[in-house]
Ligand binder design. Sequence first.
Ligand code: GLN
Length: 471
Amino acid sequence: MIKETIEKLEKRKISARELVTHYLDQIKKKDPELNAYREVFDDAFLTAEEIDKKIKHGDTPRVLEGIPFAIKDNILIKGKMSGASSKILEGYTASYDATAVKKLRDEGAIFLGRTNMDEFAMGSSTENSAYGPTKNPADPTRVPGGSSGGSAAAVAADMAVAALGSDTGGSIRQPAAFCGAVGLKPTYSTVSRSGLIAMASSLDQIGPITKTVEDAEIIFNVIKGKDELDATSLEVELPRGSSTSKTIGVPREYFSLAEGGKEGLDEDVAKKFREAIDFLKNKGLEIKEVSLPSVHYALAAYYIVMPAEVSANLSRFDGVRYGAREDGKNLFDVYAKTRERGFGEEVRRRIILGTYVLSAGYYDAYYSRAQKVRYMIRKDFENEFKNVDLLLTPTTPHPAFKIGEKASDPLSMYLEDIYTVPINLAGVPAISIPFGSVEKEGKNLPVGVQFVAPWFEESRLFEVGKILESK
Ligand code: GLN
């Protein structure tokens, strides 16, 4: 998509203005129903005109010249409102570009708008947005996944060529799988988090949601790299000289090669997963059963480490520094009222949980133990990556669920992330690739499979991802 589009631009078969017009038309037509965008930018045409001038002038196009992007509402764009789909940030305008956004801009990207999400990226369905849920383009009675549901729906419904999302426990990969898009969570520290409204800083990564694996690769190569503004970011020579991938491990905790499924995994999704395995085998890859014994504890550890970091990160939203403010009798009252009215239910639940697990009497019992589990999970991945080049898992236990189906049951919502969360805890990179669909109630719902690579080996994900995509 990206390469073909730029070629057309260069040969002047299409102008950037026409491209923007096409996507804005799509948005006008589809978004009133889908609600993928929080805001569409009226200055996209200005950027397009500048680009058209350059191309007329004969300038060589940059890597993303004229490519229309959708940006998740928690990634700052200078001069634009940014709100993480929360009431508490109402009226907040970003005073700088997130580093990933700046890098896209420098390569010629056009920003169409900002996309809907679960409030502060907490959720798996986009139903936790303060601005109404986004709908799944494949079946609007179903969720698009979350928290980057708006970005995934925008790409899947052709309301953007590509999008940026953020992934703390699955928020890029799960919605990509539900909507039928490609979603990449890079290795922790490869993409700068500067300008990303923080959820859980030791887990958050920005990444692309795209129509093809090649597009994800192109965008990843643009946004990665060390950044002075994010002390955890690294410059790593990529790829790190890895050879072609030959062996793929399937963790038996998620899928039994012998039995062809696993408890908790939808039968139709299991069938598709089995098909993906057979396809890869036919392409000459060796598939092995492997074991990640500690992943049983991943969700439990995640729902301690993540809220702990959430409670610290969200303490800055007090009505004084950013966005909306409620009046009060004194300063404390202002804080309390602003936070009570500004934060939604799920956000408040996690702040309370986070302060609890960090409190003096419980720190050792919960937080320290969760950190130990996190270390064990990391070790599991390290051990198996001595035996295999990549891991393969389903991205989600079932296809997109109905709007409202899980909204009142946090625990069943948390279980959505069973295959994605361990990857964030370990910090390794993973990609979700669309692999056909399953039929539910007469609708074809997309299914995704997830490849996981060792730290900094994104190139393996792209290589094998392209093989699978060729089906
Ligand atoms: N769904 C997970 C959660 O609610 C992951 C969210 C994310 O990756 N931002 O925490």
